[in-house]
Design a protein around this ligand. Structure first.
Ligand SMILES: Nc1nc2c(c(=O)[nH]1)N[C@H]1C(S)=C(S)[C@@H](COP(=O)(O)O)O[C@H]1N2
Ligand SMILES: [Mo]
Length: 297
């Protein structure tokens, strides 16, 4: 029998109906992603998608390497079999979820601008689901104020974690304020360009927060914790005067080494002005009412 995404998807549904956990093969993930309706939102209409090849090869993933080319090369043998994410801390319903569980969330395509602090930018069609759906499931207690994310720590699979002088303090950690995490723009992504995430882009599951600099969008997540105190993120710990907790895209707040006023989209020659909150001011500015964005950078 020829295996098409269509009948793979049906098969998976049959498995689920029987209550038998089907093994999540890459083909099944792909089937699930391909079956999505192409959902474009009005705000995304004026956005030109970045070239897929560029978006999947011009990457930052220090656990593999600080060098973009080398990171892609070293990501080739990375497997995500039996991946699990533990969700714990200040919640009524702690959970341990596998990728099958994540694919049961309402997946949708989201076309977002993405802006790295290194001043390059791209427009990516992510596939994922709103983080708030997961948050609603685990029911944070009244003590929960921040959501902390942690990337896999595995010296065998991540060469830089095994280096004599690792580039960062691992595991990579990031966090959002609970209300930022609940914003409908915050997603957990499992795919890009209608395909499962490639290892170098943060397979099998990563955060995407489009109004913040790229380093907030933590890759290959294994732990999500709800906490009382504001966590210190990896880049903040590395250089607190360069990388703030909030890291909201802001053309008026320069990084010591890079003016953030302009950006260059992948594949383009000319630069263009960077937008406050990366163009998502309408959706997120209210989260920072009364805050001095120069102090809380
Ligand atoms: N675990 C982990 N997550 C990470 C990084 C990293 O080095 N390790 N790099 C960050 C940075 S600086 C950026 S710009 C984005 C890049 O995502 P992309 O490579 O998929 O474009 O991932 C972010 N998430
Ligand atoms: Mo970045």
């Amino acid at each position: 029998m020829m295996i098409t995404p269509e009948n793979l998807y049906k098969k998976r549904r049959e498995f689920l109906k029987l209550g038998v956990g089907a093994l999540l093969s890459p083909a099944l993930v792909e089937a699930k992603l391909l079956e999505l309706d192409f959902k474009t939102d009005e705000s995304a209409k004026d956005l030109k998608l970045s070239d897929e090849k560029l978006a999947t090869t011009y990457v930052n993933f220090y656990e593999f390497s600080v060098n973009k080319k080398e990171a892609v090369e070293r990501a080739k043998n990375f497997t995500t079999k039996d991946w699990e994410v533990t969700i714990s801390g200040e919640v009524e319903q702690p959970l341990k979820l596998n990728m099958q569980d994540f694919l049961a969330f309402p997946l949708e395509e989201r076309i977002y601008r993405f802006r790295c602090v290194e001043t390059w930018s791209m427009v990516v069609p992510w596939v994922g689901f709103e983080l708030r759906h997961l948050i609603e499931k685990v029911k944070p207690t009244s003590e929960a104020r921040f959501v902390k994310f942690t990337t896999l720590l595995d010296k065998q699979r991540f060469p830089d974690q095994n280096a004599l002088f690792p580039s960062l303090k691992y595991p990579y950690v990031e966090a959002l304020r609970l209300d930022e995490a609940m914003n409908p723009l915050s997603i957990l992504a499992v795919g890009m360009y209608k395909k499962p995430l490639l290892a170098q882009n943060g397979a099998p599951i990563r955060l995407v927060v489009p109004w913040k600099y790229g380093f907030k969008s933590i890759k290959s997540i294994v732990k999500i914790e709800f906490v009382k105190e504001q966590p210190i993120s990896t880049w903040q710990a590395y250089a607190p005067d360069e990388y703030g907790f909030y890291a909201n895209v802001n053309p008026k707040v320069s990084h010591p080494r890079w003016s953030q006023a302009d950006e260059r989209a992948l594949g383009e020659f000319f630069t263009k002005p960077t937008l406050l909150f990366n163009g998502y001011e309408k959706e997120v500015a209210h989260l920072y009412d009364g805050m001095d964005l120069k102090v809380n950078f």
